[in-house]
Ligand binder design. Structure first.
Ligand code: SF4
Ligand code: SF4
Ligand code: SF4
Ligand code: FES
Length: 568
């Protein structure tokens, strides 16, 4: 257990626990120390020198973020000399590259700018270096402007220590020192996976999200904490909206299954949705879909189901993006006639992704992490970065395979031995894992931690409701599909081609809604509320981040009405 020590800061005697940095002690005691390169959760490197403090007996000023507080230390955090030194550091940073705030996306939220205000920087004594650095705009979702980089290296550390991808580094020296991707490749050609972690930690306007650029500053946005709905991990996210319109998604450090890491699907892609939104119920009249209210849509559904022999002749199909609340009503309405379109594929494990952080052996089987679960690939890459043995069976994606200590085409005795010999082994598997092998390995290594990565987003929740998987049979009479915001595959459409009456509940227009007889609006990712069960078996709560468009209702709304009519 850490020992209590006593130190003196700015003339005040205080107690703290041994092992903390001076910065941590000051933050704990509410004493302000300016910082720039430091970020909680990343290794401190002490590169910007904004946190310098005076320590009695030391020959130079010391960076508070990397200096450990020791028994009896006497520390001064602010005096005239320190203030003047920090002002000079800021002046140097401003003179070194182009920091014309009024043209910068980050203005108002920039750490460098706010420190300049705090230190009353009204002029710069050094001559400006007007050298123009190239912009890297090739990436679809974000750009990198070297002109506004202060070389704090937060992005480099975050890419390696948080996201595990270790794409970024620095090249050259002195005034030519620059952040670059891989061996100085444009981002577009590098191994960057567009997870956006570096954007979230950059203190200046050097890394900017193209979509939210110039939409507003932090003070203009409403922040809503919810859950990403694009895969079965269910990362915690903050949706930042201005005037009710989402503009940006951020990961939430230290919360949820991924502790802040997001993937490109969760952080950027939702903003590039180009399918038209369905806002109101529609029924087909004279070959055309026309908007109606919910009452008329309900009557139309009931009349047509009656003509086709009643509800018993209607098959229900449900997307795995549907909430548990809607799934309950779906089950009550359709009973044995209701099916899940995409099942989990991978059986539930007994551990969580965060268990990989303590693993000494990680085996990945039956899943391409890069394609199907980028966030899980971060955990595996991090394990590799800290020296764990990573064994891949088949392929987990090019950049995970590259980091594998061993790779095998199929499961074999060597994999089993690696798991048996590990002090803390984790098996991470997807739907492609050999289920017999999985059972066998669990028998052979009862202590092993298993993390099963499910295919469908809320397939675990829907399976717990007892909704069976659809086997893809042809449907001839009536079908009610809850598609949420998914575009369903061609196989499904093919099997519905003979159906006489098609009801589709969907957030967006798709080829299926264009064939339907009734179309009902489904909440899109930012409108949906309710709960999911994530791949680890954890309940995740979704909070609609925006008001629902038009007369959109929760997915259970129409089925609850139909159920009431049937019961009543
Ligand atoms: S990065 Fe910050 S200091 Fe530099 S121009 Fe942008 S707002 Fe101003
Ligand atoms: S890009 Fe941003 S985070 Fe990275 S070194 Fe430059 S200023 Fe720091
Ligand atoms: S987007 Fe992600 S992978 Fe790409 S450089 Fe930034 S942190 Fe690294
Ligand atoms: S915050 Fe301590 S050196 Fe940068």
């Amino acid at each position: 257990m850490a020992r209590t020590i006593e130190i003196m800061i700015n003339g005040r005697r205080m107690e703290t626990l041994e092992g903390k940095t001076i910065l941590e002690v000051c933050q704990e005691k509410g004493i302000y120390i300016p910082t720039l390169c430091h970020l909680e959760g990343l290794t401190s490197r002490g590169s910007c020198r904004m946190c310098l403090v005076r320590v009695e007996g030391a020959k130079t000023f010391l960076p508070a973020c990397t200096t450990e507080a020791k028994e009896g230390m006497v520390v001064i955090t602010e005096d005239q000399e320190l203030v003047s030194l920090k002002k000079s550091i800021l002046e140097l940073l401003f003179s070194e590259r182009n920091h014309l705030c009024m043209f910068c996306e980050k203005s108002g939220d920039c750490k460098l700018q706010s420190l300049a205000y705090r230190f009353g920087l009204d002029h710069v004594r050094y001559s400006f270096n007007w050298r123009k650095f190239q912009l890297d705009v090739g990436r679809k979702y974000f750009l990198f402007d070297q002109n506004r980089c202060i070389l704090c290296r937060r992005c480099i550390r975050a890419c390696e220590e948080i996201a595990g991808h270790a794409v970024l580094t620095v090249k050259d020296r002195g005034p030519d020192l620059m952040v670059c991707a891989d061996l100085d490749l444009p981002f577009e050609q590098s191994t960057c996976v567009s997870c956006g972690t570096c954007l979230q930690v950059c203190p200046t306007g050097a890394l900017s999200d193209k979509y939210s650029a110039y939409v507003g500053r932090e003070e203009h946005f409403d922040r809503k904490r919810t859950v990403c709905t694009f895969c079965s991990i269910g990362c915690s996210i903050d949706v930042l909206s201005r005037d009710g319109v989402p503009a940006k998604i951020e990961g939430v450090w230290n919360e949820g299954p991924s502790s802040g890491i997001l993937c490109v699907k969760g952080r950027f892609e939702p903003f590039y949705e180009d399918r038209p939104k369905i806002k109101d119920p529609m029924i087909r009249k004279n070959g055309q879909l026309v908007p109606v209210d919910w009452d008329e849509a309900e009557s139309h559904i009931l009349e047509n189901l009656k003509l086709l022999g009643g509800v018993e002749h209607c098959i229900g199909l449900i997307s795995s993006r549907v909430t548990n609340e809607a799934a309950k009503v779906f089950k009550a309405f359709f009973g044995q006639n209701g099916y899940l379109i995409e099942g989990s594929g991978a059986p539930e494990g007994n551990a969580t992704l965060s268990d990989i952080d303590a693993a000494d052996v990680v085996v990945v089987a039956g899943i391409n992490l890069e394609k199907d679960c980028q966030v899980a690939s971060s955990f595996v890459k991090r394990a590799f970065n800290r020296g764990a043995e990573v064994v891949v069976i088949g392929s987990a994606g090019k950049n995970v395979d590259k980091r594998a200590t061993k790779r095998y085409r199929n499961w074999n005795e060597k994999v089993t031995t690696a798991l048996q010999e590990g002090a803390n082994p984790v098996l991470l598997y997807g739907g492609g894992v050999d289920s017999q092998q999985l059972r066998r390995i669990r028998e052979l290594c009862p202590e092993i931690k298993c993390v099963g990565l499910a295919n469908g987003v809320n397939s675990r929740g829907l399976e717990r409701e007892g909704i069976p998987l659809w086997e893809g049979k042809e449907i001839e009479k009536a079908v009610y599909v809850i598609a949420c915001d998914e575009t369903l595959d061609e196989r499904l459409e093919f099997n519905l081609r003979k159906a006489e009456f098609i009801i589709v509940q969907s957030a967006f227009e798709t080829s299926l809604t264009r064939k339907a007889h009734v179309v009902l609006p489904s909440p899109s990712w930012q409108e949906r509320s309710g709960t999911y069960i994530n791949t680890e078996g954890m309940v995740r709560r979704l909070e609609g981040a925006t008001l629902k468009a038009g007369s959109t209702k929760p997915d259970e709304y129409m089925l609850s009405r139909l159920l009431e009519r049937r019961m009543g």
